[in-house]
Design a protein around this ligand. Structure first.
Ligand SMILES: Cc1ncc(COP(=O)(O)O)c(C=O)c1O
Length: 371
C-alpha cells in the first residue's frame, strides 16, 4: 500500500462490511501475489494443500486461545452469512425434536432469525422488545425460560438498534445459541455458558463470505442424516470445515485478524477496554446534548459497537451526514429500516476516528442547536 493509498483512507463507520486493521490489509497486500515460501497467492492454492492446512490450523488455534474455547467445542468455518445460520440453527437443533425453541427478540436481527426458525418447528417468543421499539434488553425476572426448550436464541448485539447484552441471560441447562455477528471478539466471552455462538465475519473478523460457528460437541448429535450435507453441522465438524471448499481467503484474513488481536492489541480484555473508551466518547456527547442528539438505546443497554441516534429533524440529519463525509467521516447513515445516524465503531476503528467524530458532533451541535 503506498502512502497515498493510506492517506486516502476515510474513517469508515459502516456497519459491515466494515473497517479492518490497517496492518492486516497491508499484510494481505504484501502477500497477495505469493504467500511467503509458497510461490502462489492464497486465492490460488488448494484448500487441501499443506500451506492452507497450516493457515487453517493457525486460525483455529488463535481463536481458541483468544476466547479460551473449551476442548468440547468445535470451530467451523462456513459460508452463507449469518442469514444461513438463521435457518441452520433450527434445522439442526430443532427439526424433528418435538421441542419448542425460545427466541429473545431485542431488535431487527433477532426478529429475522425467528422468521426463519418458524419454518422449521415450534417456536416461542420468550421476550420481545418491540413495544418500546427495541431500545432495551429484558430485565432480570422478565424471562421465564422453559426448561424443556430445544434452545434459547439471543442476538448479543443488535446492529440496527444499537443494544447489546452486557452478560448472557441464565438459561439453566437449555443450550443458549447466540448470534454474535456484530460483537464477535469485541470482549472476552464465557464460551462454556453457550451451546453455540455464530458470527458472520464482515464486522469484526474479516471479509464477507466467511461465517464462524463455535458449537458444543453434544449438540452435533441432533443433526439428522436427512439434512442436505452443506446444512448439517455434524458433516462440517466431521470434515473439519472441509466437506466442500471453504472460503480460503476469508479464513486467511480471519487468521491475520486474530493474530492482530493477540499480538498488537494484547487480547480480548484489552480490546474490551479500548472499545469501552471509544464508545464512552460518543455516548458522552449524546448525554450532553438533550434536545439535539437523541440516543436510541437506553443507557444501560447501549452497544459498544453501534452507536445509534437521531437529530431533531431529517434535514439536520442530512446536513450532518454530508458535512461528516467532507471530513472523511464515512458510512454514518442509519440502517434503511430505522433511519437516523449509526456510528459503527468496531474493533478496528482507530481512536483517532472516534475523537474526530466526537469533535465534529460537538461542533455541529453548537452550530445548529435551536435552529
Ligand atoms: C446481528 C446480525 N445478524 C445477522 C446479520 C446478517 O448477516 P449476513 O448478511 O452475513 O447474512 C447481520 C448483518 O448485518 C447482523 O448484524
Amino acid at each position: 500500500m503506498t502512502t497515498n493509498d493510506v492517506a486516502e483512507r476515510v474513517f469508515n463507520f459502516s456497519a459491515g462490511p466494515a473497517v479492518m486493521p490497517l496492518s492486516v490489509l497491508q499484510q494481505v497486500q504484501r502477500d497477495l501475489l505469493s504467500l511467503p515460501g509458497c510461490g502462489a497467492s492464497i486465492m490460488e492454492i488448494s484448500h487441501r494443500s499443506k500451506q492452507f492446512d497450516a493457515i487453517h490450523l493457525d486460525a483455529q488455534q488463535r481463536l481458541r486461545a483468544l476466547l479460551s474455547i473449551p476442548d468440547n467445542y468445535k470451530i467451523l468455518f462456513l459460508q452463507g452469512g449469518s442469514r444461513l445460520q438463521f435457518s441452520m440453527v433450527p434445522m439442526n437443533l430443532l427439526r424433528g425434536t418435538g421441542l419448542t425453541a425460545d427466541y429473545i427478540l431485542t431488535g431487527s436481527w433477532g426478529s429475522n432469525a425467528l422468521k426463519e426458525a418458524v419454518k422449521e418447528g415450534q417456536t416461542r417468543k420468550l421476550w420481545d422488545g418491540k413495544a418500546t421499539n427495541y431500545d432495551r434488553l429484558p430485565a432480570e425476572g422478565e424471562l421465564q425460560v422453559n426448561p424443556g426448550a430445544a434452545y434459547v436464541h439471543i442476538t448479543s448485539n443488535e446492529t440496527i438498534e444499537g443494544v447489546q447484552f452486557v452478560t448472557e441471560p441464565d438459561t439453566g441447562d437449555v443450550p443458549l445459541v447466540c448470534d454474535s455477528s456484530s460483537d464477535f471478539l469485541c470482549r472476552p466471552v464465557p464460551v462454556s455458558r453457550y451451546g453455540m455462538i455464530y458470527a458472520c465475519a464482515q464486522k469484526n473478523a474479516g471479509p464477507s463470505g466467511l461465517t464462524v460457528v463455535i458449537i458444543r460437541e453434544d449438540l452435533l448429535e441432533r443433526s439428522r442424516d436427512e439434512l442436505p450435507g452443506y446444512l448439517n453441522y455434524r458433516v462440517h465438524a466431521e470434515n473439519d470445515s472441509m466437506w466442500n471448499t471453504p472460503c480460503t481467503i476469508g479464513i486467511y484474513v480471519f487468521g491475520l485478524i486474530t493474530r492482530w488481536l493477540q499480538e498488537e492489541i494484547g487480547g480480548l480484555a484489552k480490546m474490551k477496554q479500548l472499545n469501552e473508551e471509544k464508545a464512552k466518547l460518543l455516548y458522552e456527547v449524546l448525554d450532553a446534548s438533550p434536545g439535539f442528539y437523541q440516543g436510541h438505546a437506553r443507557p444501560d443497554c447501549r452497544s459498544l459497537m453501534n452507536v445509534t441516534f437521531r437529530l431533531p429533524n431529517p434535514d439536520l440529519e442530512k446536513a450532518f451526514l454530508s458535512e461528516a463525509s467532507k471530513r472523511r467521516l464515512d458510512g454514518l447513515k442509519g440502517h434503511r429500516s430505522v433511519g437516523g445516524i449509526r456510528a459503527s465503531i468496531y474493533n478496528a476503528m482507530p481512536m483517532e476516528g472516534v475523537t474526530g467524530l466526537r469533535d465534529f458532533m460537538v461542533e455541529f451541535r453548537d452550530r445548529n442547536a435551536g435552529k
